[in-house]
Ligand binder design. Structure first.
Ligand code: XUL
Length: 581
């Protein structure tokens, strides 16, 4: 693979040069300029790429919005394609269930492999205008002073991973050997910073004040508490850290060959940003760790061009000097990828985490302390509720009864809505919403050996928890835009429709975060060129629900769930304090 990658660089550079005149010919004949925009999504378990082709009518002959289509899609699974790192579902094994870390080097290696795949895609890459990305939120990457020089001088003939560090995990690389001052990155599934959350909250006043300032109370997975834990546990490592990036800005830095700034969408997931000024809150920085201000990248508006594709990528893979747009978090990108640009609209993403989110014109903070307000890529705000036990919980139930997704669905069809009052609290891992520190499944009137009822119970529990814990957003839900891997399953979406008493619409593109990234690239490039693209023009025709009829709530089930949601809410505190089976 290494030798192949080394050889392919010059060959594709030549191919790129040869293809260029053909592009000019097409434009000359048709008057159309077909630009390509690359969206990348570095999620918990995989790296995905989508290439969006947009047909600009240069002569303004048509009143139609620009035609958009997806011309490339590729995904790299960390567990499957990069087994050397030893991740399970994208996370490194840990004896402590509250610890969840991953390898930033693995994310970088995946990026290199992704560009290899893009280079041999057959696309006319000379038309690649801009690249933007989406990343799992909250995760942090710790870089040594060496990183700045290494990123600026990446050598095209040598694979990225060999220039950044060694693949040895758990071995603390010295700053002279690696660009990382900490070889692992805490990710959003980590819940090991209870103490640090308490300390930070105490320094600010109380949880409500902290939420007013940053959009969320102190959450274990948020970057600020994670930074504080690292500083306390490894003061030398902290001293050796020149820069702390989020996953999003780390990936953008690799592409630009220089430290990239953060966008407010992702920076608001740190407990460090003042939500209203969209800049670092000095109070929060002081409460978190010494010298933090000097180690953080700046925060810039979402549609900012942060650089151009570094020579490493251009020469190794035959690519043009495409613009690099500030990356954002997966949920802010999903907001764009599900076409949610106005308040009152809601999406549910059923991925590794299950999230419910929607745009907000003004920040309305959750007084119950479970939800978040983030910056939105559109310049407004977004509300979000996040369940950690999403697809992994569904998969645990599927695997416990040796099912596949087809039989999982059949069991949903065979069991009555409401499950005859059997209930599950599916906290396979420590849960974020509600805050559950001791993992373990809690069952109420539900026999563990009853496969069908357990299948229904896990899905009903997830949908009821999402509905109960997102009331703080104060949105009357009429239509839900469903996205994420599990959104292909009509039976799961029927439960969603019934619990929320709302129509559910599906999307052609399941990975809305990746689509959102590609659309952000298109929007930012338009903004930079002075075309002044509206968000409506950006999402029109592509981030739209499929035309098939929506999944409608069934009135008889709605009644059942209205009652059950109250019962679920009543039992939840008991389940939190109770033991698991
Ligand atoms: C949101 C959150 C998750 C991750 C998943 O706050 O923690 O949705 O972004 O990648």
């Amino acid at each position: 693979m290494v030798a192949w990658g080394t050889l392919i660089g010059p060959a594709f550079f030549l191919a790129f040069e040869l293809r260029f005149p053909r592009k000019q010919l097409v434009e000359h004949i048709t008057g159309l300029d077909m630009a390509l925009y690359l969206g990348l999504d570095s999620s918990t378990q995989s790296l995905t790429a989508l290439v969006l082709e947009v047909e600009h009518d240069e002569h303004g002959r048509s009143d139609e919005p620009p035609r958009k289509s997806l011309v490339f899609e590729h995904s790299i699974s960390f567990d499957e394609h990069l087994p050397l790192y030893g991740t399970r579902n994208g996370v490194l094994p840990s004896e402590d269930p509250s610890v969840a870390v991953s390898s930033p080097l693995m994310w970088a290696e995946a990026l290199d492999h992704m560009f290899e795949a893009i280079a041999v895609s057959g696309l006319d890459l000379s038309r690649l205008a801009a690249i933007a990305g989406s990343a799992q939120q909250h995760g942090s990457v710790y870089l040594s002073p060496r990183a700045t020089g290494v990123m600026a001088g990446l050598v095209p003939s040598c694979p990225l991973v060999e220039q950044l560090g060694t693949r040895t995990i758990g071995n603390k690389d010295g700053p002279t050997e690696s660009i990382f001052s900490r070889p692992v990155s805490p990710v959003w599934m980590d819940s090991s910073t209870i103490e640090e959350c308490r300390e930070i909250t105490g320094a600010i006043g109380d949880a409500a004040q902290l939420a007013q300032l940053t959009g969320s109370r102190a959450f274990e997975r948020f970057t600020g508490p994670q930074i504080r834990k690292f500083y306390k546990q490894d003061p030398e490592g902290w001293e050796a850290t020149d820069r702390v990036h989020m996953v999003s800005s780390f990936m953008a830095s690799l592409l630009a060959g220089a430290h990239a700034p953060l966008d407010p969408g992702d920076a608001s997931g740190m407990n460090l940003m003042d939500l209203r000024t969209r800049d670092w809150s000095l109070k929060m920085l002081e409460a978190t760790a010494p010298k933090l201000a000097a180690k953080l990248p700046p925060i810039v508006p979402s549609p900012t061009i942060v650089g151009t594709l570094a020579p490493y990528w251009r020469h190794r893979f035959g690519l043009p000097a495409a613009k690099i747009v500030a990356w954002s978090g997966d949920n802010p990108c999903s907001l764009v990828g599900t076409g949610l640009i106005r308040e009152g609209q809601i999406a549910v993403s059923l991925g590794t985490s299950d999230t419910l989110f929607g745009p907000m014109s003004e920040p309305r903070i959750d007084r119950t302390g479970t939800g978040h307000v983030f910056g939105s890529p559109t310049g407004d705000y977004m509300g979000l509720t996040c369940l950690l036990n999403g697809s992994l919980a569904r998969e645990q139930v599927r695997d416990a009864y040796s099912l596949d997704w087809k039989s999982f669905s059949e069991m949903l069809q065979a069991t009555p809505p409401g499950n005859n009052d059997s209930m599950m609290f599916p906290w396979f891992e420590p849960e974020i919403t509600p805050n559950v520190r001791t993992p373990g499944v809690r069952r109420v009137d539900l026999a563990a050996e009853d496969a069908a009822r357990n299948v229904r119970a896990v899905v009903e529990a997830q949908m009821m928890a999402l509905a109960n814990h997102s009331r703080w957003m104060g949105v009357d839900v009429d239509v839900i835009h469903a996205t994420g891997g599990a959104a292909v399953n009509t039976d799961i979406l029927q439960v969603l429709a019934d619990v929320f008493e709302a129509k559910v619409r599906r999307f052609k593109v399941a990975n809305s975060a990746c689509l959102g990234a590609a659309l952000r690239a298109y929007h930012a490039e338009g903004t930079a060129n002075g075309t002044g693209l509206s968000w409506k023009t950006v999402v029109d025709g592509i981030a739209v629900p499929v035309t098939e009829s929506p999944i409608m709530p069934k009135q008889s089930s709605v009644k059942t769930y209205t009652r059950l949601r109250r019962r679920y809410a009543k039992l939840e505190p008991l389940a939190i304090s109770g033991c698991s089976d």
